[in-house]
Design a protein around this ligand. Structure first.
Ligand SMILES: [Zn+2]
Length: 470
């Protein structure tokens, strides 16, 4: 921590007369004093925690808010942020370079490089030039870097702070860049991109390459929490994305897969105490996926899991006031809403209780059917509490026969109306939305956050706060 900060701040307050409010300054002088204070504040953040949820619609927040009040008689941690001391809030325009509706690659690149890029790109502009990402600047300043996500670690959002590729699907290349750029902590899914088949048919085992660079490697929750070392760490807990929170909760076969909170704590314990500070991005990645799938049970539990990470971050900044904390989302997904249901909307409350009958995600159902290519009623009954009709069964079977990429579309055609009636959760589409989104900032540098800003404006707010030479 910069020990000169408190005394220089005291000195400033004394000089400006703001400390005891005993001297009344002319307004021009007060303005100058405030500018001076903001200068003093900038560059004082040793660390940055960037905590984000992918694809959080305002309507998903409303759904979570009312579910939490009704079921647990408590407020979401997200809602409590509005009343917290020292919070700065901004409303964020989330567009990309080529559309009012961003994808996660362009959104993370806007934050990560300060420039809007086209959808699908990771820190490369439309002429193919690389834009230097935030983590490269942080590394130059000696800071440790970390990425945590419930998606594949090579997915768009973590890559947006640390990689350069012309398309987000180049996940093998992203894994290779993580190794070359020595991102210190990598925790998430995506093991499939760390054993790469080369053109000549040989397989490059990235796990051993990471180990050779001094990384500890973990593949389950016990290994993640067992070691409390300070070394670099690569933790890959699933071949693709980490299973949804609702499935980890209700399927015992997932019990050794860590959740977002466990990964967040493990990353903090490794990065905390880094001599020149750290920059850590933590992504609740799958609210977005549940939004694309229009899956009400999955989206609620995924957001609640993210919400549980907020106190971990707040506790950290209380003990480390030299840390800037940002909490936000990159765009909305699915247009999720708790709709008015029943006469005078009196069924919307009970509908919230009926979300509790949902025990598994569509993805969990899909995995059962993929195994033998056949529909059977049991998984739908277990996951959604629904007895399938022949018509519903044939919709799902037709999708299985057609070998579609995801079954969520067929599951929605078959069961969506029934689920909407049961839960009152409605959707505007299976894509992203253009909505502006909330951002909370705490700690040094947060005073520079405007009330309304573009996603790409955040880059200089973060680099100024960290005193990075850009
Ligand atoms: Zn998405």
């Amino acid at each position: 921590m910069d020990t000169s900060t408190p005394s220089s701040r005291r000195q400033f307050l004394k000089l400006s007369g703001l400390a005891g409010a005993t001297t009344i300054l002319p307004s021009a002088q007060v303005g100058a004093a405030l500018v001076e204070e903001s200068k003093l504040s900038s560059g004082r953040a040793k660390n940055l925690i960037f905590l984000m949820v992918d694809g959080l619609c305002n309507g998903t927040l409303g759904l979570g808010h009312h579910w939490k009040l009704r079921n647990e008689n408590a407020s979401l941690n997200w809602i409590k942020l509005f009343e917290r001391q020292g919070v700065r809030r901004g409303f964020q325009d989330t567009a990309s370079a080529n559309s009012p509706v961003t994808d996660s690659a362009a959104a993370a690149s806007a934050w990560g490089s300060g420039e809007r890029v086209n959808n699908g790109r990771i820190n490369t502009d439309s002429s193919g030039h690389d834009l230097k990402p935030l983590f490269s600047y942080a590394k130059e300043a000696g800071k440790a870097t970390g990425l945590v996500t419930t998606c594949r670690i090579t997915h768009a959002t973590p890559a947006g702070f640390s990689a350069n590729v012309s398309h987000r699907d180049m996940e093998d290349a992203i894994a290779r860049q993580y190794l070359e750029r020595e991102i210190d902590v990598l925790l998430g899914g995506g093991a499939r991109h760390f054993k790469q088949v080369q053109k000549d048919g040989s397989v490059t085992d990235y796990l051993s390459l990471f180990k050779a660079k001094g990384y500890e490697v973990a593949t389950d929750a016990s290994a993640l929490t067992a070691v409390n070392g300070r070394s670099r760490m690569l933790g890959l807990f699933s071949d693709s994305h980490i299973p949804y929170a609702i499935d980890r909760k209700n399927d015992p076969s997932h019990k050794n897969i860590p959740g977002l909170s466990e990964m967040f704590r493990a990353a903090l314990s490794r990065l905390d105490g880094s001599k020149d500070g750290f920059v850590l991005q933590v992504e609740g990645g799958r609210v977005d996926h549940a939004g694309h799938a229009n899956d009400p049970g999955a989206i609620l539990h995924e957001f609640l899991e993210f919400d549980d990470c907020i106190p971990i971050a707040l506790e950290h900044i209380e003990q480390n006031p030299d840390t800037m904390l940002i909490i936000t989302t990159d765009h909305g997904t699915g247009g999720c809403q708790l709709d008015g249901a029943g006469e005078a909307y009196l069924d919307s409350g009970p509908a919230l209780d009926r979300i509790n009958y949902l025990k598994h995600s569509f993805e969990w159902i899909e995995e059962h059917y993929r195994k033998n290519g056949q529909f059977s009623p049991a998984p739908v009954k277990e996951a959604l509490g629904i007895e399938s009709t022949l018509a519903q069964a044939s919709i799902v079977q037709a999708a299985l026969d057609a070998e579609v990429e995801y079954l969520s579309g067929a599951l929605n055609r078959a069961f969506g109306q029934q689920l909407n009636k049961q839960t009152a959760v409605g959707w505007s589409s299976t894509g992203h939305t253009s909505e502006c989104v909330e951002l909370f900032a705490f700690g040094p540098g947060s005073e520079s956050l405007p009330a309304f800003f573009k996603n790409c404006d955040l880059f200089s707010i973060m680099t100024d706060a960290l005193g990075l030479r850009v």
